[in-house]
Design a protein around this ligand. Structure first.
Ligand SMILES: CSC[C@H]1O[C@H](OP(=O)(O)O)[C@H](O)[C@@H]1O
Length: 353
């Protein structure tokens, strides 16, 4: 299983990231030693996927401490941590896991700094331990999501997925793809259709690569083919990831997900979202409040450096859309499955289990 984010290791470490922009043709890793490089890696999708972004960002403040001078004090350390969190929070706006992870590190640092005799070394150890905990928890959350959702994929099913919600999008084995990996472990065979997912092709480049590596039957389709496959009865269920889920269950995910949910409704195909609790944002009531990242035009007008649209043409390039909770059959989390998601059911799942 590829590991999208690895810390090597201890308090003079380096963050190792698979450079996902180079897959599937090249398996290249980046060694990131400072927050500027980390910010760039997140912004340019070298590391991407809501949980993976959060886990990677959690190590940013550790990198900031490693660049402090020998005479730095604990006060300097706390300042560097807060500045690193604030800076990394500007890398991408939609995936709430980024802000959830940075807040955990910031709060941990502020809490331990309440001890008057705390040394800079102790502060460094404490936030490294917190970043490692975030990574370890994500690995376990991925497994649990897979266990909770695997029964949804019956023998011989046709499964459609969009973008990449696999190991490359997390610290573990993924969210939507974890469900597939766990169904495979149970000995069931099924066929996965992977939307290529324009414009950055995370489906064709990353999901197809992961599933092929795992020996799972995968077929790449253009995004505009999904509806026709549903009409022909080839899709028994759809499972995607998510980047931010509002308190009422509205879910932001890669652009094109909303369209799939509407087509699924039209054709009576169950539509599932797989996501850890760190992807829920209970501070917002509904999906209209989710910030949607707008990305640069060149992602749409060029493919591999070749122009696919005339110079200067207007381009609309939102990286995400929002699927209404009413279009979602169930949300699969590490705490269990919430069917017909709404505010009350989600709160019950996240706070009482
Ligand atoms: C496991 S959630 C992955 C989620 O993140 C992707 O977005 P991006 O590739 O832009 O980071 C996509 O929305 C996936 O569903």
């Amino acid at each position: 299983m590829p590991q999208a984010v690895k810390w090597m290791d201890g308090t003079d470490g380096v963050l190792e990231l698979i450079d996902q922009r180079r897959l599937p043709g090249e398996f290249i890793t980046l060694l990131v030693r400072d927050t500027r490089r980390l910010h760039e890696a997140i912004r340019t999708l070298a590391v991407r996927g809501a949980p993976a972004i959060g886990v990677a960002a959690a190590y940013g403040p550790v990198l900031a401490l490693q660049s402090l001078g020998a005479n730095a004090t604990t006060v300097d350390g706390l300042k560097a941590i807060v500045e690193a969190c604030d800076f990394l929070a500007t890398s991408r706006p939609t995936a709430v896991n980024l802000f959830w992870a940075l807040d955990r590190i910031r709060h941990k640092a502020q809490k331990v700094c309440q001890h008057p005799q705390l040394t800079l070394g102790e502060l460094h150890e404490a936030i490294l331990a917190e970043a490692n905990a975030i990574r370890a928890e994500d690995i376990e959350m991925c497994r649990a999501i897979g266990r909770h959702g695997e029964a949804l994929i019956r023998e011989g099913a046709g499964v459609l997925t969009h973008c990449n919600a696999g190991a490359l999008a997390t610290a573990g084995q993924g969210t939507a793809l974890s469900v597939m990996f766990e169904a495979q472990k149970k000995g069931r065979s099924f066929k996965v259709y992977a939307d290529e997912t324009r414009p950055l092709l995370q489906g064709a480049r990353l999901t197809a690569w992961e599933l092929q590596q795992a020996g799972i039957d995968v077929t790449v389709i253009c995004d505009n083919m999904a509806g026709w496959l549903m009409k022909k009865g080839r899709i028994d269920l759809i499972i995607t990831g998510a980047d931010r889920i509002a308190a009422n269950g509205d879910a932001a995910n890669k652009i094109g997900t909303y369209s799939l949910s509407v087509l699924a409704k039209q054709h009576g195909v169950p539509f599932y979202i797989a996501a850890p609790s760190s992807t829920f944002d209970l501070s917002i009531a509904g999906g209209a409040e989710i910030p949607i990242e707008q990305r640069e035009s060149r992602e749409v007008t060029h493919l591999g450096g070749t122009a696919t649209a005339p110079e200067g043409v207007a381009v609309y390039n939102p990286a995400f859309d929002v699927t209404d909770a009413q279009n979602i059959t169930a949300i699969i989390t590490e705490k269990g499955v919430v069917e017909n998601p709404d505010t009350a059911r989600i709160r019950e799942l996240l706070t009482e289990r």
